[in-house]
Design a protein around this ligand. Sequence first.
Ligand SMILES: Nc1ncnc2c1ncn2[C@@H]1O[C@H](COP(=O)(O)OP(=O)(O)OP(=O)(O)O)[C@@H](O)[C@H]1O
Length: 602
Amino acid sequence: MPNSLIKANSMQKKYSRIFKMVCAAALLISFVLPLFAGDYYMRLISLIFIYIILAVGYNISAGFSGITSFAFAAHYGVGAYVSAVAITRYNMPFLVGLLAGALASGLVGLVVSLPASKVKHHYLALISIGLLEIVQQILNEWQWFTGGSGGMYIPSWDIFSISLNNFQKYYVIFIIMLFCVVLQRNLMKSRWGRDLIAIKNNEIAAAGVGINYSKYRIAGYFLSSILAGLAGSVYASFSGYLSPDTFNFEFTVFILLMAVVGGEGTLSGPIIGAVFVTFIPMLFNAAPDLKQIVFGALLVILPQVMPAGIAGTIKKYFKEIDNNNYIVEKTEGNEFDIERNVIKNNSEIEDILVVKGLTKRFGGVTAVDGLDMTIKRGTVHSLIGPNGAGKSTTVNMITGIDKPSEGSITFNGKEITGDKFFNLTKKGLSRTYQHVRLFNNLSVVENVAIGGRLFYSYSIIDSIFRTRKMKKEERKSFHEAMEYLKIINLNDKANYDPESLSAGQQKLLELARALYMKPDLLVLDEPCAGLSETETMEFAKIIHKIRNAGISILMIEHHMDLVMEISDYITVIDYGKKIAEGDPASVNTNPVVKTAYLGEGA
Ligand SMILES: Nc1ncnc2c1ncn2[C@@H]1O[C@H](COP(=O)(O)OP(=O)(O)OP(=O)(O)O)[C@@H](O)[C@H]1O
């Protein structure tokens, strides 16, 4: 059967048309503006371009990756001063100076984010305030390097010994800005961008698809600080004079305001934010003291009345999300063959998972107490017990979310006790969650595609330049993700926002994501909670299919009919201890289970 493109709905099409027209108009105006505008306006628009570069940097950090930092004024300052020193004191060419400034800011970002990644990530916000203070002091006091409070003059720009006039400077800044905007767009529409967005959405689920979120946070912040440093470097040569006062907390407020007005985590937000926030102060030329009050008030009010900013609000109105609908293909015809699409594990080991003496204590509470359990390859093994029995804690230890207090876990013959969650996914373990953990800033199909991220190898450079390799792998990945969506009958909702799905559909979507990871052992934590009776029966059929394809399943479930119907083996726990195990028939008639779990007399 032929493939047909999934059609965006009419509102999304309208948005896409309007968006393209606005972009084309903005590009055209920016391009021809110097032919008509005087020097003043050319400098003003150049400054907006610089702010766009800075706002793009901040957006990659806070908007997409969820890393809050108040040090972007400091990164901007480091970039500006390092490039100025490189050009004026060491006679480096302008372009080398730009790179030096950007890199220096990136290095500072690295130094700051490395320790911050080891503690809870919101500590980076605190560390960033410290950095801003340090940079302020250095700029003011380190006379021979920065010129101190007296400032520093930078000679006019030379590129290949040609001194640039304002007209030429405008186009150089315009090209650098365009590069940064396109870089942001390309990065975010690739697996690297999706990984960053996933971390912001849900750290645990991100680790569940194999993302080492500490490393990604560091990388995201490194890139953001490079862009902020680049903006500062361009500003230094553009303005011709640097003063430490420019890079203070007031400027941090200005950067935050650009993000809040434009809309964090959107591709056009930095552009909209930079334009608005550059023009707002002009309204207060007559009363400059009022400017800070207005900026502060806007920071207080806007997140409450327009939390998504201008770009986010417009997108919400058109129900648009930044997705990859241009490469999503809907396959019709043959039913998806799970067996064909799973990686067969060649291991001969029959006991796929062996748990011995597993114990977890939370302070005085022993949630799991010396549990022994063995899961045979190719079976559906259910773990049941009353509320609070320790089931979720058990699977959290098996999947590396909780560290066991005692005991051992062996998977495919290798000990995995205490392994990190993101490492276990690479070893063939995937899971769903008691409370659904989807990535709500990604579309339905992207939520599945991210499950297959380990099978694709294109680099971040491939992403930025959208190489053939990147496009080929993305197309394959989305095509496969669509196949997985077929299993759960959601292929016609590929471009939807996951929040628009019913609770049952969201559970199924999580299952499709876990399946695309091609696991050896699939762990399902209460997969049917919130599903209707019909959906539960559909789910049972899917589980049968998955098991027949050779994937072993460990399932926690309260729906007893389902457990009895689809399980090959059942382990029953109560107060963290195993009280029974066996096939469904024996467990169903076990008097201890009846007493403890089913509430009947033995
Ligand atoms: N992070 C935690 N800190 C402290 N106590 C915890 C923590 N997680 C679980 N517990 C406790 O451990 C015990 C087992 O909880 P767990 O969630 O594993 O049970 P469960 O069998 O999955 O329950 P349910 O069926 O209601 O989901 C409970 O008493 C719970 O309160």
